[in-house]
Design a protein. Structure first.
Length: 104
């Protein structure tokens, strides 16, 4: 954010909010970019056949109490909910792109 502030001509003493700097440069938050990329990757995985080893590994359920934090799949479910997507929409690349762009 300090680099973006320098691009606009702000320094730390100006005490500008991150949101103000991003709006001036028309930059979206990094978290939004990450969510969109994760959903695009999910769409890519969903287009693989169910017999594909990679797809089986990504969607694998891990049992036990050794699991720490959120899984990739948990994040995808939250992202789909935040963007108002159903599984069917998320599997269609064009609809996914449209829905995630209009929400951002």
């Amino acid at each position: 954010m300090s680099m973006l502030g320098n691009v606009v001509g702000f320094n730390l003493n100006d005490r500008k909010k991150n949101m103000e700097v991003r709006e001036l440069l028309r930059q979206e938050p990094v978290s939004l970019s990450v969510r969109r990329s994760r959903l695009r990757w999910f769409c890519h995985v969903e287009h693989k056949s169910d017999a594909d080893l990679f797809k089986q590994c990504v969607l694998m359920e891990i049992e036990g109490t050794h699991q720490r934090g959120k899984t990739w799949w948990d994040c995808v479910e939250v992202d789909m909910e935040n963007f108002g997507l159903s599984l069917e929409v998320a599997q269609d690349r064009d609809q996914l792109r449209l829905k995630t762009e209009e929400t951002g």
